[in-house]
Design a protein around this ligand. Structure first.
Ligand code: GRF
Length: 208
């Protein structure tokens, strides 16, 4: 399958997916990188690896950047099957959600629906988890709808929150699991191991 990855930051999840694809342990190719920050680590990694970089959305003070319908056309031209959000901080416009129905997923660093939604991004998520006294956290991979972090859950992984954790320590523990979980989920989707339960919940079949 052909994958588009959307990033706004360092792009370590993007990197782990790209590396799995290069190793051949993922039957998908990253054909395009979409970002709202042309100088972010993820965009730099893409340029260094010969992956085309597209700016989205159009920033107010920049001439670069596509409008939603042009982005849909461009992704179609790249024959994109699956869109992976990996630390992309902008809301996905409805044009894209409709054009790529059931084909956009995101990874979030908490056990949704806890600690999700606008304002819960980056280190803020982990700070909130610690401040609340939650004993467990971990990444969630979910389908994307037009709101932040409310789409149906596809996979989760649990990590402990330790009594003296800093947000940075918890973030690092969760991120290690993110890298594994996202690759596993994308691999399953590339192998068409996704089934939809009658009530609309997506399930992954394990390998035979
Ligand atoms: C990850 O924690 C992810 O869950 C969240 O943003 C972060 C991105 O990290 N959506 P990276 O850019 O992949 O290193």
């Amino acid at each position: 399958k052909k994958l588009a990855v959307f990033v706004s930051g360092g792009g370590s999840n993007f990197r782990s997916i790209h590396e799995a694809s290069k190793r051949g342990s993922l039957h998908g190719d990253v054909v395009v990188l979409v970002t709202n920050k042309s100088e972010c680590g993820g965009a730099e990694y893409a340029r260094n690896n010969g992956i085309p970089v597209i700016m989205f959305p159009k920033a107010k003070d920049e001439s670069d950047g596509l409008c939603p319908n042009d982005l849909v056309d461009t992704l179609r031209r790249f024959e994109v099957d699956l869109i992976l959000l990996a630390g992309y901080l902008k809301l996905i416009p409805v044009e894209l959600i409709q054009a790529f129905e059931r084909s956009i997923i995101n990874i979030h660093p908490s056990l949704l629906p806890a600690f999700g939604g606008k304002g819960h991004y980056g280190m803020k998520v982990h700070k909130a988890v610690i401040a609340f006294g939650a004993r467990f956290s971990g990444p969630t991979v979910h389908f994307v709808d037009e709101h932040y972090d409310t789409g149906r859950i596809l996979a989760q992984r649990v990590v402990p929150v330790l009594a003296n954790d800093t947000a940075e320590e918890l973030a690092a523990r969760v991120l290690r699991e993110e890298h594994q979980l996202y690759v596993e989920v994308v691999e399953a989707l590339c192998e068409d191991r996704l089934v939809w339960r009658k009530d609309g919940v997506p399930l992954i079949r394990s390998k035979e």
